[in-house]
Design a protein around this ligand. Structure first.
Ligand code: PMP
Length: 429
């Protein structure tokens, strides 16, 4: 494979864009490689500007659950664009979107659209603070909730891989309002509530993590958080930016049968257009401006193109439960294939999976159940594995601490292809 045009493009990009990218993980830094520049995508495939074709398991970091350039989504966006790209005024499609989300996610009675996952979590936290009249938030080490100040404390995703758990520019004053607990460790949460019982506005988490790699909640963990938060009058916020509409039509909360007070979404609900949302019960959501005192706004929020794409996306997911069954079947086949390859090649690793989200951790541990477990992974080994996979036409996340996504566009042959490429990549380590 040749990457000449991408290498040249990166040199040019670095002259005018910090680090050459508009979001850090794209730079392939943690796998010591140069990024490939993408020209187009269709279904489960992407093509770079050198003409290389890849089977895509990044899926724009989650949203392309139906595959790229889905015909009906493209057509709907084109038609919407003909009618204008933004008005800054209410449209019918926003109510359709809100009706769809509330019909799919029972814990949500009202929902507010924003433009990214970051905005969703940031706004949900403000609302939780406004509703409870408290300042503190509990997050979990290794969970990523976007780049708002309150969440850039022991954060996952690019913040781990680039070694920037606490970013310069986040003030001590905002950092002091964020308490950190250990994922899958209820005692660490109880300790914080003991010390700060009436001061904690919210506990926020990825109910299944994607941003330290995929780590599943231990039985009782989510239930325990629900109980503790209820007991202390704090909000439980599920950040379902990755899991929402992916693990089930109603997200992780449906899968595990736990009702959070607030939920945040991103990515998937825009069908790949910039979007986010947060929602919950009426009594909480009605505290938002213009009816309530908690202010949050957005010129492009509920953007007509994003809403049009998102409604097609969610309607398709809502009306075709077989999509989830098929993704589960293919992802289970992939998991079994990778596990067999690990055995056959003698490479030590752990595969964590739920539904269509999966991570292969290069660790000697028998299981990965916590951030500390995830951090034992050999990131150099992942870098070699990543590069070998890329060169064989498999596009994976350029970091150990991310999820692989199976989409509805992947065929059984695609799964066979990645299993074979995985074996070759493992053999080369
Ligand atoms: N929460 C979670 C769980 C995420 O995975 C992400 C992004 N990967 C965000 C929030 C932030 O979303 P965005 O990048 O759209 O701001």
């Amino acid at each position: 494979m040749k990457f000449n045009k991408s290498i040249e493009a990166f040199v040019a990009a670095k002259q005018r864009i910090p680090g050459g990218v508009n979001s850090p993980v794209r730079a392939f830094k943690s796998v010591n490689a140069d990024p490939v520049f993408i020209e187009r995508a269709k279904g489960a495939r992407v093509w770079d500007i050198d003409g290389n074709e890849y089977l895509d398991f990044v899926a724009s970091w989650g949203p392309m659950i139906l595959g790229h350039a889905h015909e009906e989504i493209v057509k709907t966006v084109q038609e919407a664009a003909e009618r204008g790209t933004s008005y800054g005024a209410p449209t019918l499609v926003e109510t359709q979107m809100a009706e769809l989300i509330t019909s799919m996610v029972p814990s949500i009675e009202k929902v507010r659209m924003v433009n990214s996952g970051t905005e969703a979590t940031m706004s949900a936290l403000r609302l939780a603070r406004g509703f409870t009249g408290r300042d503190l938030v509990v997050k979990f080490a290794g969970c990523y909730h976007g780049h708002a100040d309150s969440f850039l404390i022991k954060a996952g995703s690019g913040a781990i891989t680039l070694g920037l758990p606490d970013s310069p520019g986040v003030t001590k004053a905002s950092a002091k309002d964020t308490l950190t607990a250990e994922y899958n460790n209820l005692e660490s949460v109880e300790e914080l509530f003991k010390k700060h019982s009436n001061e904690i506005a919210a506990v926020i988490l990825e109910p299944v993590t994607g941003n330290m790699g995929v780590v599943l909640p231990e039985p009782g963990f989510l239930e325990g958080l629900r109980e503790i938060t209820r007991e202390h009058g704090a909000m439980l916020i599920f950040d379902e930016v990755i899991t929402g509409f992916r693990l089930a039509p109603g997200g992780a909360q449906q899968h595990f049968g736990i009702e959070p007070d607030l939920t945040t979404f991103g990515k998937i609900i825009g069908g790949g257009l910039p979007v986010g949302a947060y929602g919950g019960r009426n009594e909480i959501m009605d505290k938002l401006a213009p009816d309530g005192p908690v202010y949050q706004a957005g010129t492009l929020s509920g953007n007509p193109l994003a809403m049009a794409a998102g409604c097609v996306m969610l309607n398709t997911l809502k009306n075709n439960p077989s999509i989830y069954e098929e993704m589960e079947r293919k992802a289970a086949k992939l998991e079994a294939g990778i596990k067999a390859n690990l055995q056959a090649t003698g490479v030590s690793g752990v595969v964590n999976r739920l539904g269509s989200m999966m991570t292969l951790f290069f660790t000697d541990l028998p299981e990965v159940k916590s951030f500390a477990d995830a951090m034992t992974s050999d990131t150099n080994k992942y870098a070699s594995y990543f590069k070998k996979s890329l060169e064989s036409g498999i596009y994976l996340a350029p970091s150990q601490f991310e999820s692989l996504f199976v989409s509805a566009a992947h065929t059984d042959e695609d799964i066979d292809t990645i299993i074979a490429a995985n074996k070759a990549a493992l053999q080369s380590l």
